[in-house]
Design a binder for this molecule. Structure first.
Ligand code: NAD
Length: 493
């Protein structure tokens, strides 16, 4: 990846983008479009279709037909695998192009975008493609007068609604296992991150996905997303996004066909640093990365740092130094470490949290809007160095580069503070005491607890939340559980 290649791609004019439905590009039924605004400079990049309920119904009907006639689910697993592997190859071959397209639309810095978006989506497709011809049913250990067979069958049409922070990575966590399992899908990207998913859907067709198997409808959540959620023809709904939307989806499922709803929601993840952390500077550096990468727009961001009181001052100093060293700016400059905030709305929301902490008299380091000549939506990392548990910034998800630091005195207090949240997505513990590390892993209510690290994991382990962070799991072979039903055949011999 050279800067010249990136610069050439960023200058490329973009076509108007349309839905991908039933194997074709189609405009909105009423011809309306949405402007795609780049957070890099606030300029309009292009347009994409503003989906209607009729568009959504047409996509669901295409997915229903493609599932019911078996054009995908009746293929031998090895044949589905071949198409998915080819799809992964096509994405990888176009990775830089796709990554730059995504950055122009959502502002993530290019190094991270390349790895976390197209390359991660290709790896995810390969992982699930490789798994499909290795999943078997069961023969139950029954009375020998009977034969009990347990089949695993694709559940049917899957609706997927995804957010803007990592549209391809999170999208692939849904579509790769769902399609590998033999399901068909209608996916709705977020309003501010649609283009790469449309591009990738086209590559799927080129790889040989039959029409109707993977449909992408762009538009507003309250129109397209709501229609998917209330459809009688969608069997399963998988979602990543905010808790408020998650509640609406559950209500829509209850009002319609009781479709299963799997939610990956937000977090307010505690990162707990004990005085016996193996390397305090490493803990501070990783903590800074754990909250400030992608400008804090990461669901598992370690947004609440809890520090043992004896090292609080030293830790804050180190954290501030690492935060100050993060180069914020043009996400298409390969030297940048944190790009633009996704939208002006999100930027103003982030700054409001910081202002409120200042008004409460908290010690705030950083957290200012950065004005670039080009315009665009940028801010410096913010540290609220002495946040109290009742502060809004300690309790609510910011989804921006804003972290709180709060001192504690005992292990029990650290656990109580860590669990003092409606969320339960991720957490971390920094300690050299092995017994304490394992005690903490057991006591913290979260789907993912890191020990002496933050943020890194891979496809082989599940990601999911407890409490109001959601249910069900993305990643790992457990992701198949959402898309494969168990059916028993009970045979008298
Ligand atoms: P959001 O809930 O506003 O939007 C997510 C998606 O839902 C978008 O596609 C949006 O168009 C759609 N949507 C909005 N209203 C809808 C409605 N009424 N009916 C149906 N669909 C609707 O969330 P966001 O602002 O895009 O994303 C940020 C949130 O996502 C944060 O809370 C973050 O923590 C969470 N998130 C969670 C994970 C995870 O894995 N747990 C990962 C990334 C982001």
């Amino acid at each position: 990846m050279s800067q010249n290649q990136i610069d050439a791609l960023r200058a490329a004019p973009l076509p108007a983008f349309q839905h991908i439905v039933d194997g074709r590009r189609v405009s909105a039924s009423d011809g309306r479009t949405m402007a795609v605004v780049s957070p890099i400079d606030g300029a309009v990049l292009t347009t994409c279709a503003r989906g209607t309920t009729a568009d959504t119904d047409a996509a669901i009907a295409a997915a229903r037909q493609a599932f019911d006639d078996g054009r995908w689910s009746d293929l031998p697993p090895a044949a589905r695998k071949k198409i998915l592997l080819k799809w992964a190859d096509l994405i990888e071959a176009d990775a830089l192009d796709i990554a730059v397209l995504g950055v122009r639309e959502n502002g993530t810095e290019i190094g991270m975008a390349l790895k976390a978006e197209p390359l991660s989506a290709a790896a995810t497709l390969r992982y699930y493609a490789e798994a499909i011809d290795k999943l078997s049913g069961e023969i139950a250990p029954t009375d020998p007068a009977f034969l009990g067979l347990v089949h695993r069958e694709p559940v049917g049409v899957v609706g997927a609604i995804v957010p803007w922070n990592f549209p391809l990575m999170i999208g692939a966590w849904k579509f790769a296992p769902a399609l590998a399992a033999g399901c068909t899908m209608v996916l709705k990207p977020a309003e501010t991150a649609s283009l790469t998913l449309l591009r990738v859907a086209e590559l799927g067709l080129e790889a040989g996905l039959p029409p109707g198997v993977f449909n992408v409808v762009t538009g507003e959540g309250a129109v397209v997303g709501a229609r998917i959620a209330e459809s009688m023809d969608v069997d399963v709904l998988v979602f990543t996004g905010s808790g408020g939307t998650g509640r609406r989806l559950l209500e829509a499922a209850a009002r319609s066909n009781l479709k299963r709803v799997y939610l990956e929601l937000g977090g307010k993840s505690p990162n707990i640093v004990f005085a016996d952390a193996p390397d305090l500077d490493e803990a501070a550096k990783v903590a800074a990365h754990g909250i400030f990468r992608n400008s804090g727009q990461v669901c598992i961001a370690g947004s609440r740092i809890l520090v043992e009181r004896s090292i609080h001052a030293a830790f804050v100093e180190k954290l501030a130094a690492h935060a100050a060293a993060i180069k914020v700016g043009d996400p298409l400059d390969s030297a940048t470490q944190a790009g633009a905030v996704n939208s002006e709305r999100q930027l103003l929301q982030n700054l409001a949290f910081v202002d409120e902490a200042r008004a409460l008299g908290r010690k705030v380091i950083g957290g200012a809007r950065i004005r670039q000549e080009t315009g665009g939506f940028y801010m410096s990392p913010a540290i609220v160095a002495d946040a109290a548990p009742q502060d809004r910034v300690f309790r609510e998800e910011v989804f921006g580069p804003v972290v709180t630091v709060t001192p504690f005195d005992t292990e029990a207090e650290a656990v109580a503070l860590a669990n003092d949240t409606a969320y339960g997505l991720a957490a971390a513990v920094w300690t050299a005491n092995l017994s304490r590390a394992h005690r903490m892993v057991r006591k913290i209510r979260a789907g993912l607890v890191h020990v002496n690290t933050y943020g890194g994991s891979d496809l082989t382990v599940p990601l999911g939340g407890v409490k109001q962070s959601g249910n069900g799991h993305d990643k790992s072979l457990h992701a198949f559980d959402k898309f494969l039903d168990l059916k028993t055949a009970w045979v008298k011999l």
